[in-house]
Design a protein around this ligand. Structure first.
Ligand SMILES: [Fe+2]
Ligand SMILES: [Fe+2]
Length: 193
């Protein structure tokens, strides 16, 4: 369903499992960034009532995910570390057309968001399948389902409001771009690492 170009090397799940406190901190901040991103899209596109409605809901869900990760961190006696930079997301950001018109920028931002959801979903799926810890396995399964829904939300709005743009072509370009980018990832203890 997600049509990613390259699947994550399953060995990444072992790296993640061996560094679970670090993964949980990084993950918590990924959820914070996802909530912030949704709010940013709302801020720039307040004229679209359905988009604002659905992205407010999405932002709430991301904040709930942040809270859920934080609860797990506390329960296990871990510490929420400082915010992590996400170099995968920062690299992916370079794909976006910054000089285009408002609609092009909006579509690119929605596709960029959909891509991060898709990759996160793939990583959560891998964790849910591979991780031996039962609580975390179920947790990542549930999040995989939720992020898959977010992927659909972003793609649907890109198609709806990007009618004058070849959204499918742009999406294919992004899939190819991400496929190259991800080749240098899958080796470290972060959600997109
Ligand atoms: Fe999330
Ligand atoms: Fe999400």
């Amino acid at each position: 369903m997600l049509h990613l170009k390259l699947e994550t090397d399953p060995r990444w799940a072992t790296i993640a499992e061996d560094n679970i406190e670090e993964i949980l901190t990084d993950h918590a901040w990924c959820e914070q960034k996802a909530a912030t991103n949704a709010i940013t899209i709302i801020t720039h596109n307040s004229q679209y009532v359905d988009l604002v409605t659905d992205l407010l809901e999405l932002a709430k869900e991301e904040l709930e995910h942040f809270q859920m990760v934080h609860e797990i961190i506390k329960k296990r006696g871990y510490k929420l570390g400082r915010e992590r930079k996400d170099s995968y997301v920062n690299e992916l950001y370079k794909f976006m057309n910054k000089g285009g018109n408002h609609l092009q920028s909006m579509v690119d931002r929605l596709l960029f968001s959909a891509m991060i959801e898709a990759r996160s979903c793939e990583r959560f799926k891998l964790l849910s399948q591979r991780i031996k810890d039962k609580e975390l396995s179920q947790f990542y399964y549930d999040l995989m389902v939720s992020e898959a829904g977010h992927y659909t939300t972003f793609i649907t709005f890109a198609r709806k409001y990007g009618k004058d743009i070849d959204v499918d072509k742009r999406w294919k370009e992004l899939v190819a771009f991400e496929g190259e980018l991800i080749k240098s990832y899958g080796k470290s203890e972060t959600i997109h690492g």
